[in-house]
Structures are given as C-alpha cells and as structure tokens.
Design a protein around this ligand. Structure first.
Ligand code: NAD
Length: 446
C-alpha cells in the first residue's frame, strides 16, 4: 500500500492552467472556456450571463495580532460561483499572490467539476493573501479563525463547505471548524472537509483521487477492447495521486514501466525506467513524503535513470500525467509514441491547448482532468454526508461508492462524446455546464 506521502488531503480543486504568462488571467480563461460550451449548448443569454460570473463574492479584512505584538491586516476571500445543484464546495488557499480573479476562476471550475461527477454540490473557493512559510502556527490559527468570523453567516453545512487546498491542511480546517462551532453554538462536522479520520474525516480519502483515475481508465480500456494485463503505462509524478493510481492499475494486471518525479537536490526531474515493470513497494521504500525518489538507491535497484520528460516517450498504451500543470505541450506532444491509446489526466491542467489539439487529431482517448481526478472531491462529498449524519462508513463502502460514481460519470461523458463526435474534454464540459444550467432553469432563476 502506498504510504510515502504524508498529507494527501489537498488539491481537490483544479489549479489554474497556463500559469506561465504574466498577463494570464485565470478568470478570463474560465469565462472563455464557458463561452465556447455555452455556444455549443445554445444557452440563452440570461443563463450565460448568470453562469459567466459568481453568484456571490465576499472580500474582507482579517486583523491579526502578530507574535511581535504588531497588528497585521490580511485580505480574505470567499467566492460562491453557483449553488443551484447544492451547497458550494471548494478549498481555501493560502497564497501570497492570491487574487480575486484566481478565486473566481477556481470557484467556477469547482462548479463544473462537481457537476460532471453528478454530486449534489455547487462551486465555491476561498483564499487569504498570506505566505504560511513566514507565519507561526499561532498566527496561522488567528488567520483561520479570523477568516471564518467574517463569513460565518454565509457558509455552513447546508450553504457552502470549504476544504484544504494550496498551503492549507487538516489542522487549518479544524481551527476553522472550531471557530465556526463557537459562533453557531453546536457541533457541525459537515461544515468542512479534509478533516483527519477520527475527527470527522472519511476513510478512503487518501486513496480516492488515484483510485478514481484508474476507475475511469478501467472503463476506457473496456471501450477500446484492451485488457489491462496486455497494457503498460508510463506515469509522471510519484506523489499521492500517482502512487494510488499505480497500485490499483497494477492490481488490475497492468504494468507500469516508468515513473518520473522532481529531484529536490538537483532541481530537475528524472524518469525511472524498468522495462519489466516497476515494483511499487520497493519504490515507495526509497521515496520521501513529497514524492521524490532517491536516485542512487533506485539505480542500485536496477532502475534506468533518464531525463525528466522521458516518461512521455515510452512505447506504452497508457500515459498518466499525475504531477503538475502544463507538462504535455506543443513542443513535446510529437514525442508521444503511436502505441499510446489513452491519456488519463491525474494532474490538473497537464495538457496545454496546442497539445490538446494534436492529441484530438491523433484520436488518442483523453480522459480530462476534472473528470479523471474528481475522486478526491467525490470522497470529500462522502465525508460531508457522513459528517452530517454523524455516522461513518468502512473504507470498502466508501471506495465502492466512489467506483459507482466515477464509473457513471465516465459513461455519461463517453456516451455523449461518441454520440456527438466530441472530444472527451468538450463532452465533459458540455455535460457539466448543461447540468448546472438545467438546475438554474428548474429553480426558475433564468
Ligand atoms: P504530490 O505533491 O503528492 O506529488 C506530486 C508529484 O509530482 C511528486 O512525485 C513530485 O516529485 C512530482 N513532480 C513535481 N514536479 C514534477 C516535474 N516537473 N516532473 C515530474 N514530476 C514532478 O501531489 P498530488 O497530490 O499527487 O497531486 C498531483 C496532481 O494532481 C496535482 O496537479 C494536483 O493538483 C492534482 N490533484 C490532486 C488531488 C489529490 O487529492 N491529491 C485531487 C485532484 C487533483
């Protein structure tokens, strides 16, 4: 069982793709993506206007007495893009470069992500402009408590449910929950997800994203009439998502011949190749908690050390980018071998638009990020349900329900893609946006 990564309860939400350019505005990108699908779906002008912008936004000050006695004012945000299908869901990020537009975009992407897996939640996102590296634990606690004091009346188990995200973790969630419960005078574990197991967290959350990736992959293989035992895969990343994806794919009979990861000491990435198939347990025993493999030990275990992007150039049927954004680009997409039949995006935004166009032209089946890696948010939804009931399921039950949800979501997207001859990414957006638009219509909003 993979164990090398310590705090997997992060990033249930998309990170913004294409973060490289200076002028990049993620909210404009999110709106452009939306406009394209709205056109395809023929949405009426009022629905377009409604869904192009968040329903509600909160921007506020969080005064904190610092350890040196001075008072510092932090800026906080919560954006609720849409809650027509259920309470808002989305993480709280601590980031020095946080902006309202980033939070808006991320909240919109959460709406589509929850809708594509058909969980009864909407999209929201929050943040604080701060850098936890320069803050003591007490100062971070004050920011968490200050954040929720400002929005305590506008969030909650039946309105808007936060989660950990970039630079926030289970401890931050417990501080926020504790303050919320002080304000409202009760116990409301369903207010927040990403809690530790035993404090309202769900079994199976650690495995959920990686397993979800493979549940969708398993269905894609069936559609292409490929048996897992006759396939091999190459994986970028060896963190939480990659480790559990590899574990389940190997249990299905597949062979992983290469993994790549970041090397902190050399400040570059390497690919570790073993043609007869990597041994997961052995690799985990030489991997740090950030998903970095010890290269000397790997070499002594017979792994061939190759440049970081060699993972993309292997003669395999399946590629699993599960590291970071913008990895398959216009420059390297041509290196993908003709043997590749499926790309399943474990990471958020691993494929740039130029690469996307070529992958589509080559007829490779691509399972898009916000479908493939939605196992995390689906399990967070299960955490919310269990917390609201105050009754917690065994791991098998959680993972069984996760399989059902992910498989159904895959089928819906794949069926539409086939019927309308759409690329899987476009089909996934069409389903998600169509569902949210329908909920807004049925409520009589537009
Ligand atoms: P992680 O931090 O546990 O692991 C990241 C891995 O990527 C590490 O092995 C690291 O060495 C590797 N990596 C970093 N830069 C690399 C590079 N340039 N080349 C090769 N490898 C590199 O992260 P994670 O939780 O596994 O998340 C991976 C991706 O999946 C991210 O895009 C994240 O946003 C997304 N995601 C994660 C979850 C979740 O529940 N963990 C849910 C949805 C989406």
């Amino acid at each position: 069982m993979p164990t090398a990564v310590s705090d997997p309860v992060v990033a249930e939400t998309p990170i913004e793709p294409q973060r490289k350019t200076k002028a990049f505005n993620s909210f404009q990108i999110a709106q452009t993506q939306f406009d394209k699908v709205a056109e395809y779906l023929g949405l009426d002008p009022a629905t377009r206007e409604l869904l192009r912008y968040p329903l509600r936004e909160y921007q506020f000050a969080i005064p904190v007495r610092m350890d040196d006695g001075s008072v510092k004012i932090f800026r906080g945000f919560r954006v609720q893009h849409n809650d027509a299908r259920g309470p808002g869901k989305g993480g709280i990020r601590f980031h020095p470069q946080e902006t309202i537009d980033t939070v808006r975009a991320l909240s919109m992407w959460m709406t589509w992500k929850c809708a594509v897996v058909d969980i009864p939640l909407g999209g929201a996102k929050g943040g604080v402009i701060c850098d936890p590296h320069n803050l003591s634990a007490r100062e971070q606690e004050q920011i968490c408590r200050g954040w929720v004091r400002q929005v305590a009346r506008n969030v909650g188990p039946i309105t808007d449910v936060p989660a950990p995200d970039v630079m926030t973790n289970a401890q931050h969630m417990l501080w926020i929950l504790d303050e919320f419960e002080h304000i409202h005078g009760g116990r409301f574990p369903g207010f927040i997800t990403g809690k530790p197991v035993g404090m309202g967290g769900s079994q199976g959350r650690t495995e959920a994203t990686g397993y979800g990736v493979v549940f969708t992959l398993r269905e894609a293989l069936k559609e292409l009439d490929l048996r897992p035992e006759n396939t091999s895969a190459s994986v970028q990343g060896f963190g939480n998502v990659a480790q559990y994806a590899i574990e389940l794919y190997q249990r299905l009979g597949g062979k992983v011949i290469a993994v790549s990861c970041w090397d902190q000491a050399d400040q570059t990435s390497y690919t570790y190749l073993k043609r007869e198939g990597v041994n997961l347990e052995q690799l985990l025993s030489i991997t740090d908690r950030f998903g970095g493999i010890n290269k000397e030990k790997a070499k002594s275990l017979g792994y061939e050390l190759l440049p970081g992007d060699a993972w993309l150039e292997q003669n395999v049927e399946i590629l699993i980018p599960a590291a970071i954004e913008n990895q398959i680009t216009g420059d390297n997409v041509g290196k993908i071998k003709p043997s590749v039949r499926i790309i399943v995006e474990g990471a958020n935004g691993p494929t740039t638009p130029e690469a996307d166009t070529q992958i589509r032209q080559r007829g490779i089946l691509l399972i898009p990020d916000f479908l493939a890696n939605a196992g995390g948010v689906t399990c967070s939804y299960f955490e919310q349900v269990q917390s609201n009931m105050n009754y917690f399921w065994e791991k098998d039950e959680v993972l069984g329900k996760l399989d059902v949800k992910m498989t159904a979501a895959y089928f819906a997207v794949s069926e539409l893609a086939r019927r309308e001859k759409l690329y899987m990414r476009d089909a996934a957006y069409a389903i998600a946006i169509g569902r949210v638009a329908k909920a807004c219509h049925e409520r009589g909003w537009v």
